[in-house]
Write a protein that binds this ligand. Sequence first.
Ligand code: GDP
Ligand code: MG
Length: 444
Amino acid sequence: LSTRLNGVFDKLRRRGALSEADVTEALREVRVALLEADVALPVARDLIAKVRERAVGVEVIRSVSPAQQVIKIVNDALVEALGGGEGAEAPGLDLNAPSPVPILMVGLQGSGKTTTSGKIALRLRTRDKKKVLLASLDVARPAAQLQLQTLATQAGVMSLPIVPGQSPLEIAARAMDMARRELFDVVILDTAGRLSIDDALMSEVAAVKAATKPHQTLLVVDAMTGQDAVNTARNFQDRVGVNGIVMTRVDGDARGGAALSMRATTGAPIRLLGAGEKLDALEDFHPDRIASRILGMGDIVSLVERAAETIDRDEAEKLAAKMKKGTFDLEDFASQLKQVGKMGNLSGILGMLPGMGAMKAQIGNAKIDDKMVGRQAAIISSMTAKEKRNPDIIKASRKKRIASGAGVTVQDVNRLLKQFDDMSAMMKRMNKLGQKGLMRGGLG
Ligand code: GDP
Ligand code: MG
């Protein structure tokens, strides 16, 4: 994509300042992107207002289009709103308190509280060498306490012995008692959730909080939470009070707008991410990565800057024309991958490429290297010309043939096709920007 942008935007060099119209046009698209990423409407509105104020009148950088520049400003504002930016530290868990440190897990049912409790326990035991006690206060679902007990065994930590018939408050008191007596470092109190906010839940959780005075009260939120995020966050913040957020299911398709909604509404930092069902699928939160995922536009500006030196100009023109006509196909994708390979430092660049951020998140910390680009190139070269032009016809049997031709698995082929889809969707978005006159004289 960088290739095309480079060619396109080279023609757009102009001086001056970002005009009201430039900014308004670009922000219209940004607003759609934010809402598509499930950022709650009022939160999206606030962010856009902030960006508008900041952007109008900003000096236009040579060789960057106004649209690009606005996107960069939006990106920076997003990172900031998510708690990042210069001087910011990845918050992680704050355990800076006398032992045993109580951690209270709250959130709606199914958000991932119990799983996250197990994940945190595993991390604290293995990485931080802490002695951790897990206790389930969930008396609403019969199997809940057993679920946590199983997770505790998997994580190699102790769980509070189950005593039937106790109330959440009684269980919490017993947990704190045992932790003090047996010198635990951390006690994780896992609470029950409801499908939606209700009074009984809130009073129960608030009472437990008052009794145990947790050092960290973590609101666990599913990344798929859409427009409800603000309501949920406000209720938990007002009625219980939270000082940290854990966003789960970032391994899914969600673009994670809930993170922004939650952070904006509660003011509490996002401390951890859940990226899978397994106990080791716990990640630190990186504002810049989530920002780029929410915006879905990668770090266009810095990519263009870095790409400019190595990109072949004719190639860029050609691809720009194809992009305009909407005929970008897998052959072009392959040549783009080659360009990416030339730039070196692949894993950094991949993260910045629109559409590839999500892919990177999906494969987690697996190393992205030249081998992978080689594999992708091999997959594409195992396709027939017809398949490259029209990837839609690639169904199961063709996938099998391509996979064996390239010496990869069918999953690898699927992944590549998905990536190509993402890229095409991104391009349509850029195209739309162009047609609306944002890239005046370039694409429009
Ligand atoms: P709770 O009701 O809040 O305690 O939620 P649970 O911890 O029981 O999780 C509900 C379901 O979500 C379970 O099937 C978990 O395996 C799953 N889950 C939790 N966290 C994640 C995550 O980060 N990614 C994925 N894919 N699934 C998760
Ligand atoms: Mg639970």
